[in-house]
Design a protein around this ligand. Structure first.
Ligand code: SME
Length: 176
């Protein structure tokens, strides 16, 4: 009984925290005189700062002509994988599958690109505008099995806010 109640209280706090994060994301997106890339960087910093198991947070965007993903914003340790071919690694697989990918243990994956030896788990959630998979949010954690369905739900909602912002303001990401 007590254990159930503790779980219930923890869930309420978690959902309230996530609601606050989503409000903050909306405020960031609504700010004037700032580029989308700057706003995405601020969202990465917010999520990394506010959720202790999020050690690296980034947004990759797809270039259809070359079938490559391009890192456009991140918070955390810089890495060399700023361009990832479709199909390669967890990110590249999501570019092709259009599906969320939650990896509890990155060592268990054959098709995985290591950015940092400390990373233990990863989540990638695709970002859609007008039903097109245009990019993704990618999060690495130095904690094993760091992501569950509450993270999936939060990150889907973050991506939806970004997608709505892009479509209603007719903004696209510039990939050179
Ligand atoms: N691990 C990713 C590469 C990107 S880094 O995590 C920042 C992958 O396997 O696609």
């Amino acid at each position: 009984m007590d254990r159930n109640f503790n779980t219930f209280v923890k869930t309420i706090f978690l959902l309230e925290h996530q609601q606050k994060l989503l409000s903050a994301v909306s405020i960031i997106l609504g700010s004037n005189d700032t580029s989308l890339e700057t706003k995405l960087s601020a969202i990465c910093s917010l999520l990394k700062h506010e959720i202790k198991t999020y050690d690296w947070v980034g947004f990759y965007f797809a270039k259809a002509e070359t079938k490559t993903l391009h890192l456009k914003a991140f918070a955390g340790i810089p890495n060399d994988h700023t361009v990832i071919p479709f199909g390669k690694g967890i990110c590249g697989q999501v570019a092709v599958s259009n599906e969320n990918f939650v990896v509890a243990d990155v060592q268990s994956q054959d098709n995985y690109i290591a950015c940092n030896i400390d990373v233990k788990s990863e989540i990638v959630i695709p970002l859609f505008t007008n039903n097109n998979n245009i990019g993704q949010i990618d999060i690495d954690s130095n904690t094993a099995n760091a992501f569950d369905k509450t993270d999936v739900r939060l990150l889907e909602q973050v991506n939806k806010l970004i997608s709505d912002h892009m479509t209603s303001n007719n903004i696209s990401i510039n990939i050179s």
